[in-house]
Design a protein around this ligand. Sequence first.
Ligand SMILES: C[S@@+](CC[C@H](N)C(=O)[O-])C[C@H]1O[C@@H](n2cnc3c(N)ncnc32)[C@H](O)[C@@H]1O
Length: 361
Amino acid sequence: MTWLDNDTAAASRKEFAAALDPSHTSAWRDAFASVPRHVFVPSFYTQGAAGAWEHVGPGDPGYLEAVYSDHALTTQLDERGIPTSSSSEPSVMLAMLDALDAREGDTVFELGTGTGYNAALLSHRLGEENVTTIDVDPELTGAAAQRLADAGLHPFIATGDGAGGWPGRAPYRRFIATAALRAIPDAFLKQAAPGAVIVAPVGYGILRVTVTTPGHGTGWFLPTPAHFMPRRTPSAPPAFDAAREAEPTKTTAAPSDVLGRLRFPLSLALPGHTTCSWRNDKGELTAVGIWTQDGATATAHVSGTVRQVGPRRLWDVVEGLAETFAGEPQRQEFHVNITPSRQTAWYRTSDGPAWDLPQPQ
Ligand SMILES: C[S@@+](CC[C@H](N)C(=O)[O-])C[C@H]1O[C@@H](n2cnc3c(N)ncnc32)[C@H](O)[C@@H]1O
């Protein structure tokens, strides 16, 4: 392999892999110790104190340390300065790869090529001929293909919406998504080999599903929190102007819960929702906003005043969850059942609180 490497990077990488897997139990340790993350992240963006993005490259202080540390690194921004691609947090990548339970020779489909680093880890361990990776952004797939080739790896790379899978190379024994989904795409279930395993961020958790029979699966969430970029889809902006005019009501649910203890269940109950917060000069939370793709919007002030507009009353959902959960529910207590017509997340027992995930795309 023609790694664009040097002794300093190789030494940093060994330490990095050892720190990621201190108990020496992961089958992926050698991949993390061998694949040079710096080749796949030749530069990244970091946000300064004032919020402005700064570009950091190999000549800059701290570059190599950051690349070989357990941090997600933003690698692409849109014209508004919003991150659109990143190299995920290595410990989360490792947790997902471990959960994939893949063996050498397993075929794997990845949604979200990004930098190509995860595709390189997969190719290193499972064999490049077994890896299919897709990203929606041609600029990213072009750059990833070049970096993978520089590293001597040639997995199959395509550009498009990964929710469609890639039927031409199906069936797959394993699926891994590195952009947040709202439900397991129908195409994954159709392109799955018997007994296939799917690991994907759904809402703010990581779901691991086993495909039991065609179109059917069962699974649960890993304990690992996940904050992946959403799969790119069109969405409506929040209707804050209309909300300001709405009749106020009172709530006992705490706005801070939306950003804290209810964050994960809310991502199942209101798939694809977005939140924002307002703070005073001291940095204290004063209000939160929440909106969904259909234009429904709610704002809740810490004084207990709520305003809701649009086709759904989003704050009513928050109140329902605040009543259901006394504290912060553990992700691993949430399970999912999949049939061809329905995907349902449930808490603790199958007759407990449950939420239908959106119809698979
Ligand atoms: C966290 S990054 C992926 C990190 C990547 N696996 C790596 O190792 O660098 C998420 C990626 O998902 C991609 N993405 C978003 N929506 C997508 C879609 N519908 N289909 C395929 N890729 C998508 C984004 O362009 C972004 O590159």
